[in-house]
Design a protein around this ligand. Sequence first.
Ligand code: C5P
Length: 219
Amino acid sequence: MTDFIAIDGPAGSGKSSVSKAVARRLGFGYLDTGSAYRALAWHVLDRGADTADADAVLSAVAEFPVRLGLDPDDRTVQVGDVDVTDAIREPSVSGAVSGVARVPEVREQVNRLFRSLVADAPYPAVVVEGRDITTVVAPDAPVRILLTAAPEVRAARRAGELAGENAEAVAAALHKRDASDSAVVDFLNAAEGVEVVDSTELDFTQTIDAVLTVIERIR
Ligand code: C5P
């Protein structure tokens, strides 16, 4: 049975890069659940449908041939034969993804996909990162971590990743996405038994070490 290492957190908390680095270090698989929601938003837009229309999203998820790997060194995401790895990071998709992720039946279907990917994984454990992994997808995971950072630090990090972008616009978009996402799942407060790693004062290496320490202590 493959273990879940569940890591939740808001946008810009460093969750993806930290989770990937931790998976690499431990020889585990890595699953970025946000990329599945992004690929679904891309798929809805590609069909010319409205991402705010729950019925349109439901019919899109019924025919959603997404392919997600678990190799931390290969983040390729495909929908059918189309490589959407870069397209799902575009602002148009980031702006639409919360609408898609809000539909409960969509979440159930996507969660089933995550659980089956982990169950069939050729790894002893998979680091699974998202918003509701510690609470909904894998509430019984042996390791559950909430990775947080102060909002201004998250916005500054995100602006640094998107070189050339206006820091204020980045902060505003991040805030808007966090607000709509947290209406669906609470990823700003740790559920009972979830370990908090606050990276506000930590650099990348220190954050990885803090997460590794929690995993070693619990697992
Ligand atoms: O992590 P990332 O920012 O790529 O996630 C993109 C979007 O996918 C989030 O803004 C959220 O709407 C959705 N998401 C979710 N539940 C997860 C992971 C992501 O609703 N477990």
